[in-house]
Write a protein of this length. Structure first.
Length: 453
């Protein structure tokens, strides 16, 4: 086409027709992007050309730009509502977006203008067939979703029914039985002091005058060692947890262990007593112990057990019990830890490693009369308690270090403020001028003595 710029309305229309012709040729050759560009240039010159919007709508449909095709078709009908082909373009775009009802209505509106238009008739017939196929597909999908949901509910109902059946279970632990870990937990409780749960109390506190240089060096060294230890442990936990979670992600989904469904949990008061027994802060560090589950528990076992225990010890169920919320919070904390699949897998591996080591070295002669299972329980609890104490001591050392830094900074700030106030008072009393005068007199007399000598 000519490269001359249009100067009159006739020139604009002529150039628009030329762009349109080139766009038609590109479209017929399969060069859809070129066709869209050329139709757009034609529209810039002739923005009221309904045929141009129709052609660009067809090009957008071929390029799978269905939303753009819809807009061009709507503009085409807006400019020329009596042109039947525009309805064909709009119906095609609506059908492409699976708006079948609207597409059928659009095709029918086009046929009102041209009842015998073969393209519109075929389009309407094809749209009705596509609507039916889509409807069948949606019915099949909905039926499959219902089937899956019904199977899930049936499994849940079966699990609930099995849980309600009379069971043969191990008798609960007798009150007053000697606690082999009692002295150990008592020593830990003494180490953390009266506060018990949050700090190490006076065990790591400093005197009013602050620690000596040697004490600082020892504490800093221990803090660095423990800090590095816990950093490495945390990295290992995250890395190993992610790896094992990925390996086990598809196993035991939606499965229950029958033994946990049949396990007797006792009353809410019995659970409260267990969860708030002496030294419970250390006894409940293992979330599997809190939920009374083994390391073979599945996700469904954990969820089911959480629902049962939290229901039993909920404060609303134990309104007459002081501090009933403590037991409820212990259950919640354990469940939150086991919800993290990576952390859960690492806990399982650590517990199983501890138990395997105890089984390997267990002998009746050295077990102080405890069974193998009792030794495993004791060893696992002791491991969790030792790790918790090391973590607390690391945190306390870090807090002490930060407190010393903060106090030093405050002391320096106070000293600077004191010196500034002294300087201000000194200047206000005229002592600065007097001192300068005395200095000048001294310098003058010194010079005079030098000359006389």
């Amino acid at each position: 086409m000519s490269s001359a710029s249009p100067s009159t309305e006739e020139d604009f229309l002529a150039h628009a027709d030329a762009f349109k012709a080139e766009g038609n040729a590109a479209f017929q050759s399969g060069k859809v992007d070129d066709a869209i560009r050329l139709y757009s240039q034609a529209i810039d010159l002739h923005p009221d050309g309904h045929v141009l919007y129709s052609n660009r709508s067809a090009a957008h449909m071929k390029a799978s730009n269905i939303s753009k095709a819809l807009k061009d078709a709507e503009r085409c009908i807006e400019l020329q509502p009596s042109w039947a082909k525009g309805y064909s373009r709009l119906g095609a775009a609506q059908q492409g977006l699976k708006r079948f009802e609207k597409a059928i209505e659009t095709y029918k509106n086009g046929l009102k203008l041209e009842p015998e238009n073969p393209s519109l008739k075929d389009a309407l017939h094809n749209c009705l067939e596509a609507q039916e196929v889509d409807k069948q597909n949606r019915y099949k999908k909905a039926a499959e979703e219902r089937r899956i949901e019904e199977e899930r509910l049936q499994r849940l109902d079966a699990a609930k029914e099995a849980a309600m059946q009379p069971k043969q279970v191990r008798s609960p632990e007798k009150a007053g039985t000697e606690d082999p870990l009692g002295p150990f937990f008592d020593s830990l409780q003494a180490a953390v002091g009266v506060a018990g749960a949050d700090t190490l109390g006076s065990a790591s506190s400093t005197s009013a005058s602050g620690p000596t240089q040697g004490d600082n060096a020892d504490n800093d060294d221990e803090s660095d060692l423990l800090g590095g230890f816990f950093d490495s442990v945390e990295e290992a936990v995250q890395e190993e947890g992610k790896k094992e979670a990925e390996e086990k992600r598809s196993t035991k989904k939606g499965e229950y262990n029958e033994k946990y469904l049949q396990q007797e949990l006792g009353t809410g008061m019995e659970q409260y007593t267990r969860l708030t027994a002496k030294n419970y802060e250390f006894r409940n560090l293992n979330p599997f112990t809190v939920l009374q589950l083994g390391t073979d528990a599945t996700e469904e076992d954990i969820k089911q057990r959480y629902r049962k225990l939290s229901s039993r010890v909920h404060p609303d169920k134990l309104r007459d019990v002081d501090n009933a919320r403590v037991a409820f919070e212990q259950v919640n904390a354990a469940y939150r830890r086991l919800q993290d699949e990576g952390q859960r897998n690492v806990l399982v591996k650590n517990i199983e490693t501890i138990r395997a080591d105890i089984k390997r070295t267990y002998t009746a002669e050295t077990s102080n009369g405890m069974s193998l299972e009792e030794c495993c329980v004791k060893g696992t609890m002791k491991h969790f308690a030792d790790v918790e104490m090391a973590r607390r001591r690391s945190e306390q050392l870090q807090r002490s270090y930060l407190a010393r830094e903060k106090q030093q900074a405050q002391d320096e700030k106070d000293q600077m403020r004191h010196e500034a106030e002294q300087e201000k008072t000194w200047v206000a009393n005229g002592r600065a001028e007097k001192r300068l005068s005395n200095w000048q007199d001294f310098k003058g007399s010194s010079s005079k003595r030098t000359k006389n000598s």
